[in-house]
Design a protein around this ligand. Structure first.
Ligand SMILES: Nc1ncnc2c1ncn2[C@@H]1O[C@H](COP(=O)(O)OP(=O)(O)OP(=O)(O)O)[C@@H](O)[C@H]1O
Length: 249
């Protein structure tokens, strides 16, 4: 379980997070939305140790994460994607996965590593549906395939919690649909937190949504509950709440 209590982040006197409380149970696919500057990326940065909160607690699977270094948090099973790509274009799909898997491997296992694909890499390849592209250079992948490779690279590190920042940005309709299915399957045995602006995507794939606004949790609930809440409508000025997070079709 991921649990944040009264988390505050202050940048030069500005409160980017102002008392965030958030609980995500194991195995949940949680969506995080909010207008620009609401604090979504800062929230992910706090969980992954990139930003240290001025106050509050961040706990995952019984561990207190505040004060730990980023690589220690990765080792506790927390993985994230960034808005900028971490794929090496000149390497093949499988080499990228293998490299990512290596980051959690102790040195002695690298030294005695056999040739061939580790179980974590093989599983990441199957899950993301990239088997047929395993030997291709990552530079030739479509935008969607590249995003799946990034998710695969996370999976290869065997995280228990995945934090994904706008995974469907720039994807075609078909690619978005496939990604939604992929995330739903990943949440069968992982906890997944997704920052996403694509409202159509939310309608199709979200169950529980947390709305952040001005560094605080404004509303949390099902897609239906959130879309019916007048505060959400107010935050997205000029838009009907149903345009923001409408009901599933
Ligand atoms: N390193 C930083 N120094 C100063 N201010 C920052 C820093 N990082 C973020 N902020 C500010 O904190 C607020 C929250 O930013 P954050 O990137 O978390 O928002 P967001 O909800 O992810 O927005 P977006 O949807 O635009 O990505 C913004 O006002 C931003 O300008």
């Amino acid at each position: 379980m991921l649990d944040l209590r009264d988390v505050q982040v202050v940048f030069d006197g500005f409160r980017a997070l102002d008392g965030v409380n958030l609980t995500v149970p194991d195995g949940e696919l949680r969506f995080l939305i909010g207008p620009n500057g609401a604090g979504k990326t800062t929230l992910i940065d706090v969980i992954t140790g990139l930003t240290r909160p001025a106050a509050g607690s961040v706990r995952f699977a019984g561990h207190d994460l505040v004060g730990r270094k980023e690589h220690q948090i990765v080792r506790l099973g927390v993985g994230r994607t960034f808005q900028t790509s971490v794929v090496f274009e000149e390497l093949t799909v499988i080499e990228n996965l293998d490299l990512a898997a290596g980051f959690r491997r102790p040195l002695w296992t690298l030294a005695r590593r056999r040739r061939g694909v580790s179980e974590a890499v093989a599983e990441a390849l199957t899950r993301t549906g990239l088997e047929d592209l395993a030997g291709r250079s990552a530079g030739v992948l479509s935008h969607g395939q590249r995003q799946w490779l990034e998710i695969g690279m996370l999976l290869a590190q065997r995280p228990r919690l995945l934090l994904l920042d706008e995974p469907v940005a720039g994807m075609s309709k078909d690619e978005r649909e496939r990604t939604g299915e992929l995330l739903t399957r990943i949440a069968d045995d992982h906890t997944v937190v997704v920052v996403e602006h694509d409202m159509e995507f939310l309608r199709r794939h979200a169950s529980t949504v947390t709305v952040l606004h001005e560094g605080r949790v404004l509303v949390e609930g099902s897609v239906g509950q959130v879309s019916a809440d007048p505060r959400v409508q107010e935050v997205y000025l000029g838009r009907k709440a149903s345009d923001v997070v409408g009901h599933r079709p």
